[in-house]
Design a protein around this ligand. Sequence first.
Ligand SMILES: [Fe+2]
Ligand SMILES: [Fe+2]
Length: 270
Amino acid sequence: MALLEDQPAGGARQEAKLLALMKPLDVEAFAWQHANDITLDPDTVATLSYMARVELATEVYQRTLCTTRAAHDPYVSAFLGAWLHEELPHGELFTRLLAHQGHAVQDERQTWGMRLTLLRGRVLNTAMARIFRQHFFAVHMAWGAVNEQSTLQGYLELERRTDHPLLRDVLAAIIKQERRHYAFYSTMAKRQLDASAFSRRLTRFALARFWTPVGVGVRPRHEAEAVIRHLFPHGSTTAADIDRRVDDLPGCDGLGLLDKAARRAWAAAA
Ligand SMILES: [Fe+2]
Ligand SMILES: [Fe+2]
């Protein structure tokens, strides 16, 4: 049964509208002749290299999630396909920009480590989906909302800081798409969480107990922590801004996920 079958027409239209706007970026359409106008600083190179690998690994998440109940819903199934086609060019754009600047990003999608991550994710997600059924779907959508919002705020922070003309254009284009990804996940998550107290309890427990910053698992935690220190320096309100968005998800207020991740990242460097 489609998860949206019994939803109000207005809600379904909102998902349809978002889906209609989704289209992969054309990597060739950017002004690559400006890729070397400014030399990127080492912290930006490290952050872009991390994000390139994480964006390219969306395939791992998407294939993992397609094994769950989420993929039975026509909107979600269509979204997961369109989402993958949008995320991969994000990784390709960062990889190409870094290559112009003399930094190679290894494509690790076919490595044994990545295959193991995929297998582990599939087994875990399939088991959880069998046990918790539509409640696990709520966890999945809320998890996606947190990760898309974190990614979006990270890119906004990079865009604010850089004077690199091509990187600004690339980030501006990517940010538009990340906003839509967040809108989709958060809309779906709110609907599922509003509908069930058990979904709210399970989602809160899962996020509090198991959530890790975007990319941990695909990349080592110490790399994620270096990115967090770069994007969320002392005194930055970005982590708190993301946490406030998480607070808006029913049952998820006060988790402070990004605040805790930022504190941990800074403690690791102390
Ligand atoms: Fe992305
Ligand atoms: Fe995204």
